[in-house]
Design a protein around this ligand. Structure first.
Ligand SMILES: [Zn+2]
Length: 321
């Protein structure tokens, strides 16, 4: 019986001995968790890949009227957006909205090539698209001139040599427009080759920076080859690695690439379907988390300054947080 009591006492002590380090560990994790969130990038964000498609607002109200999308941007600290939409009415609406102006969100309007979903697969050879783009460019928006073309897709990179794709690349460079392209690395070379400067003066944002998983070394080589090529980082596979207590972390080779080219990357929401609007806040918080792993100046470049420089946004916008 005495032995049993001794054993019970020993076991109880054992529990204490095991429990104390566990409690300390939990306390450390909790502290680190809190500390990581406290140091998330907290500055302004430039959403360089935003769609305001017809199904978001249905021409009148829809599930995400301007007041709704604007509230999401404000909650997330988004102070500037590249806006494009299928068809272009959504961009026109955002560019003319007094709500947007009052909120101090800078709208950088892009001309989309798609009047409807059917245009995704044929725009590169459809002369009526080129005519529509020229007309839209001439019209501009109530908020000012269009600053770019896209987002467009090329599911087969060879279509970068389509007659209208070639004309549009020349038009963009001649007018100083930025091109937002969802393409593979082969198409980047082809699109650049079709410009007057052969890509040396072409302002092209590579949407998702190779969504098919183009190797980092290849991305590096393209950034080196084309001085004004920018990489937008939504949906980029391999950018973040296994999740930890604090969310996803930058993968080492991507971290190295961001540090090598701190002025060449942008972030974006890619609200291509309404579901992306529902998760807008989470998407932006995800960016804030991995941006915090970078030196403060690099984080601010990718989050904000690179977009401001690319589009020459008024200084007044840049001072607001
Ligand atoms: Zn998109």
């Amino acid at each position: 019986m005495q032995l049993l009591k001794e054993f019970e006492r020993f076991r109880a002590l054992g529990h204490v001995h095991i429990a104390q380090p566990a409690i300390i560990l939990i306390a450390i994790i909790t502290l680190l968790h809190g500390a990581a969130h406290a140091t998330d990038y907290a500055g302004p964000l430039f959403d360089a890949h935003l769609h305001y498609n017809t199904e978001a607002w249905n021409g009148q109200s829809g599930p995400h009227p301007p007041s709704d999308v604007l509230a999401r941007m404000q909650r997330s600290g988004v102070r500037a957006i590249v806006a494009n939409s299928r068809p272009n009415d959504g961009t026109q609406l955002l560019a003319s909205s007094p709500l947007v102006r009052q909120a101090g969100v800078a709208v950088v309007p892009f001309i989309r090539l798609y009047r409807n979903r059917a245009d995704y697969d044929s725009w590169f050879k459809d002369e009526s698209i080129f005519e529509m783009v020229k007309e839209e460019f001439g019209k501009g928006t109530p908020g000012g001139a269009y600053k770019g073309i896209g987002e467009f897709h090329l599911y087969d990179s060879a279509n970068a040599n389509g007659v209208v794709a070639k004309k549009l690349m020349v038009f963009a460079e001649e007018k100083g427009l930025v091109v937002l392209a969802h393409v593979d690395d082969v198409a980047i070379d082809l699109l650049m080759a079709n410009t007057p400067s052969k890509g040396q003066k072409t302002k092209l944002i590579w949407a998702h920076t190779g969504i098919g998983g183009v190797p980092v070394a290849r991305v590096d080589a393209l950034l080196a080859q084309y001085p004004l090529l920018m990489g937008e980082l939504s949906y980029r596979p391999g950018l973040t690695c296994a999740a930890t207590q604090d969310g996803e972390r930058l993968c080492p080779e991507w971290r190295a690439l961001l540090l090598k080219y701190p002025t060449r990357f942008l972030i974006g929401s890619d609200t291509w379907v309404n579901q992306r609007w529902l998760y807008y806040d989470d998407t932006m918080q995800g960016y804030r988390a991995w941006l915090s792993e970078l030196p403060a100046e690099v984080a601010r470049n990718i989050a904000w300054n690179n977009g401001v420089r690319l589009f020459n946004i008024a200084a007044s916008s840049t001072t607001k947080q």
